[in-house]
Design a protein around this ligand. Structure first.
Ligand SMILES: *[C@@H]1O[C@H](CO)[C@@H](O)[C@H](O)[C@H]1NC(C)=O
Length: 137
């Protein structure tokens, strides 16, 4: 009994370590995190985690499987583009980007919905949706 319990705990710890250490594959889309109206008014879109607080533009919204009732809010991820999901060839810039989760993207088809700025750092926005590896840091 005690052995079974400790084995379960060890497996749990190992599984957690592996999931933290390895980058997970997924897909990413992008959204506009603010509204710019001429001449100089910028409205930050309200986020599900932080309301209208400004966390800059290196941000992302989590899809339903990652959202976990908001437990993911404030976590940072290193996101790398790994390839196209559609006929737009060679979308990846080769760079990676670190984003903070500030929002929920209910019904999002992709894994992460990046700000347009974060997406543009790792891929050509014309691609719209890309394959990614993401790792919590
Ligand atoms: C993000 O991941 C890439 C690819 O694995 C790596 O080269 C880069 O150093 C990482 N950046 C950070 C800030 O962890």
């Amino acid at each position: 009994m005690a052995l079974k319990v400790s084995l379960a705990i060890i497996f749990g710890i190992v599984a957690t370590l592996i999931s933290v250490a390895l980058a997970a594959p997924g897909t990413a889309t992008f959204y506009s995190s603010y509204v710019l109206t001429p001449p100089i008014h910028i409205y930050f879109a309200a986020s599900a985690c932080y309301g209208n607080k400004n966390y800059g533009v290196m941000i992302a919204a989590a899809s339903d499987p990652l959202w976990q009732n908001g437990a993911i809010c404030g976590k940072t991820f290193n996101v790398t583009c790994t390839g196209p999901t559609n006929p737009v060839p060679h979308p990846c810039t080769g760079a990676s980007v670190v984003v903070k989760i500030v929002d929920h993207c209910p019904g999002c088809g992709g894994t992460l919905d990046l700000s347009r700025e974060a997406f543009a750092r790792i891929a050509n926005p014309v691609a719209g949706i890309i394959k990614i590896d993401y790792r919590q840091i």
